[in-house]
Design a protein around this ligand. Structure first.
Ligand code: SF4
Ligand code: SF4
Length: 373
């Protein structure tokens, strides 16, 4: 430690928690934490990033790998609607750490520990890596052609009685294609919320713990406010769901809805309770495998870049939706790549016009005032 006091100033000026101080004076000076106040606030991980000599280290990362052996990918945190800019450090198919990346329009220099260590929850999940079809209490594996054909057939047989459910955990491109897939009801699962925390420095952790509620609302289409009522009123018999991928306790209303559907198609990377209730499960990508755009709660569109390779036979979610749409309408020109989806999105929604990964760059573009300009 060179006693620069950056870490002390961080806890005083940024987190406002003041756990650290310089103990003693002169030759005996050292950094210490107050006895009754351990350094465990939700911004604590930043002190390891700002310590210039590595005297403060993250116990989560220490001795795990050499930094020069890791791939570094700029991306965006997906654990709340603030959308902090991050660098993801990974090797092969494993993430080792996340650090904050400077973006003065979003997170300044910092990130919170919910996002910093949130990637660990994907290490133990029950992944879906190939298309599955229900067979009694279990699932049979399908190849992609079969899965897409069966999905399109179920939707066609329902004759307009299929509702779609968008997800604030998915990219703008996936939600856009879901909105364009067919006419009819659109909904989403109840939002996942936590505590909103505001720090004296202006850093904020949003109560909305999804990364793209604003984007989904902007470009998916009109989301039904009372979806259970609409499903009943319009005799909906099938659901096509972009799954949040988050395990959650579904209440009895949702359990009843799922039980009375003739079919439920779930696009998911994880075997969540929702996926377990599906007739067909289409394997999409996990958060750190996805590429696309997300819009934070201040209207800033940012480039979500993939940091991990795709697992098994999973496909990008926008591509799965494009394949189902093509199967339902063979005359439709196939979507070549995600840039084409972004272009079509911009044609339908002027706020999103002219966006490209190149233009978004590493810090994104604000939608505010864009349409008028
Ligand atoms: S622990 Fe690091 S940041 Fe804190 S005073 Fe020492 S050198 Fe500076
Ligand atoms: S504030 Fe939100 S977006 Fe930023 S690091 Fe924390 S959870 Fe992630």
């Amino acid at each position: 430690c060179i006693l620069c006091s950056r870490c002390v100033r961080f806890t005083q000026e940024i987190s406002g928690t003041s756990e650290l101080f310089v103990e003693a004076r002169g030759y005996n000076s050292k950094i210490a934490a107050l006895e009754d106040r351990p350094l465990d606030n939700l911004l604590a991980g930043n002190v390891a990033d700002i310590c210039p000599v590595g005297a403060l280290l993250s116990t989560d990362y220490i001795h795990k790998n050499r930094i020069w052996n890791l791939d570094q990918q700029p991306s965006v945190c997906q654990d709340c609607s603030v959308g902090c800019n991050v660098d993801v450090f990974s090797r092969k198919n494993q993430i080792f750490r996340l650090t904050a990346r400077e973006n003065q329009d979003v997170n300044g220099y910092f990130m919170c520990d919910i996002g910093r260590y949130g990637f660990h929850r994907f290490e133990e999940i029950d992944r879906v890596v190939q298309p599955l079809m229900r067979n009694g209490e279990t699932f049979d594996a399908l190849d992609w052609d079969e899965a897409i054909q069966k999905t399109a057939k179920l939707i066609e047989q329902a004759k307009g009685k299929t509702a779609r459910m968008g997800s604030p955990f998915h990219t703008n491109e996936s939600n856009f294609l879901l909105g364009q897939m067919m006419a009819g009801i659109l909904g989403s699962l109840p939002p996942i919320r936590g505590e909103e925390i505001n720090y004296p420095s202006g850093f904020r952790i949003s109560a909305d713990r999804s990364p793209n509620l604003r984007g989904m609302t902007d470009i998916c289409g009109e989301i039904a406010e009372d979806l259970p009522f609409e499903l009943n009123a319009r005799n909906i018999c099938g659901l096509y769901i972009l799954d949040d991928g988050v395990d959650r306790d579904l209440d009895n209303t949702w359990k009843d809805i799922l039980a009375r559907m003739d079919f439920v198609i779930v696009q998911s990377y994880a075997m969540t309770d929702l996926a377990k209730s599906a007739h067909i499960v289409l394997p999409g990508l996990a958060p750190f495998e996805r590429e696309g755009t997300i819009t934070n709660d201040q209207g800033r569109v940012q480039w979500l870049r993939p940091s991990l390779p795709i697992q098994g036979e999973a496909k990008p979610d926008w591509e799965i939706l494009a394949l189902v749409m093509k199967e339902m309408d063979p005359g439709k020109l196939p979507m070549q790549d995600i840039s084409q989806v972004m272009k079509e999105m911009g044609e339908k929604f002027p706020d999103y016009k002219g966006l490209s990964f190149f233009r978004l760059g590493s810090t994104g573009i604000s939608l505010n005032g864009r349409h008028e300009a």
